[in-house]
Structures are given as C-alpha cells and as structure tokens.
Ligand binder design. Sequence first.
Ligand code: RIB
Length: 307
Amino acid sequence: MAKPLIVLGSVNADLYVEIPRLPQPGETLPGTGAAVRPGGKGANQAAAAARLGGSVRFAGRIGRDPFAAPLRQALAGAGVELGLLQEVDGPTGQALILLQQGGENSIVLVAGANHAWDGLDRALAEALPGAGCLLLQREVPEAVNLLAASAAHAAGVPVVLDAGGADAPLAPELLRRLAVLSPNETELARLTGLPTGSDAQVLAAARALQAQGVGTVLVKLGARGCLLVPREGEPLPQPSFRVQVVDTTGAGDCFTGAWTLAMMEGQEAGARLRFACAAAALCVQGLGALPSMPTRAAVEAFLKGHP
Ligand code: RIB
C-alpha cells in the first residue's frame, strides 16, 4: 500500500460575506450574501490531495463547538483520514472572508483551536516516519511545524511547507529541513527581504532561500501561473489556465495539495505543474475553499481540453 501523505495544519470555519467592494472605515456596506463553509489551509490542502486520489491523513486541532461536526464531515467526505485530528476545549478556528465580486478576498483569521498544541501527539510522532510526505502550512504554531519537520526529516520523509498563514520570518532550523518551500510572490518577498516584481527577481529570491538550505522552491504567481526552482538545473515556469474566477479562496491550497500529490506519484516536473495549475483553475470556479477542491476525473478532463 502507498505511504500516506500527512497534512499537519489548520481547519477553520470560513465565515463568508459577499460584498461589492471593501468598506471604508466607518462605512456600512450592504452585503450580497453570507454563508459558512469549510476551510483552513491544512484542511484545504488535505482535501485537495484526497479528492485527487491520494491517501491522506490530517493532523490538527478542532474545538468543541457547532462548527466541529460539519468540518469533520467535509474532510471525511473528501476522503481524508481523521485519526490524527484532536478535539480540544474552546472554539474552532474561524476565518472571516470578505469576498468581492470578481473573486478577490480579504481574510481575518482567529486561530482558536489551531493554536492549542502542546508538542507533538504520540500518535502523530509515531505516524510521521511511515509517511510518504509531510505537508505543512503556517496556521499552527511554528514550534509544532518545527517538531514535525524534524521528526519527518530524521526519518527521511520529505517535508513540503506552504508559506501561507503567517508573516513572520521562518526559523533557519525549519528552512534547513524543507525539501520544498512554496510561497506566493508576496510571501517570497517577505521571507527574503528581496523584491519579487519581475521573473528575474523571483528567481533571485528563490535562490536566496536555497542558499539557506531549502531544496526546491515552488513559487505561486497567481494569474501568471507558477515557477518551479529546483536546487540544481533550470527553473521551470508554468502559465496559469484562463478561466472565469468566482472565488480565489483556497486556490493556492489546491495548487500545493495537488502538486505534492503529483510529486508523491512520481509525475515528471512539467506534468506536476500542469496538474496543479489545472486543479487550481477548477478550484477558483466554485464558491468556498474546501468545497471547491476538484476530483481527479475533473482535473484529467480539464487537462484533455487544454492540451
Ligand atoms: O487559504 C485559504 C484559507 O485561508 C481559508 O480557507 C481560510 O480558512 C484561511 O485559513
């Protein structure tokens, strides 16, 4: 049996408010819709990889409140194994998502249970050495990411970190343990202190991360696509697919989950990037983060239609 992908990260109730534009300070603006949808960067990435056919275990923290059951249901419904998801006292993580017409969003995050970690659980520590890959983001405490990355790295398990979820610099000890770091261009600029306005600048910033010990850098460039910068060899760009955007929330998570699964499957570099961009192109066409993660069949049909 294939070794599972372990995704350690956040699970959030995404509290959506649809608005025509962001309000000014002191302004009251009529919204055009509201809904609660499942999300959280960890949950989204786990669901993305599972819906695409991966064997996925999710390690996280969820509160004791009315959000918990539907979130569990959404993850399990996507095919994610939840034995490493622990319930804790207090509220589940919540994200207030202001979704503007055209799909752009602004997010306010309340970490809640996602920050209720006290070291690595025994079950997680025991599971990590048997994983095919460990996938992290930055919506849980950095110390937990470092503990998990160290355990995985020591066991020869590749560690992928999506840089989304926190603005602080990354600890050098964590950087050294990453087989893959995936920032968007804003995160890349913040992490390196370098400009990322042009392709040449993006490449130079990615190389700066590699000088600190990171293996591959996979830069998400939004509507421009992505750039894979391997430690050795030439960088590989992939333009994004042009589609009608409804909601960009979770598109980066979809990309990272899909790319990581494709890496575990041994897809070659160019195919991996196309697979991940296709998954993200499908994701942005639906409302909600986790509910918009596409199936394998949908991605394969999309790729056939976009040779
Ligand atoms: O990356 C998108 C996610 O960020 C949302 O689902 C929200 O929960 C926030 O964590």
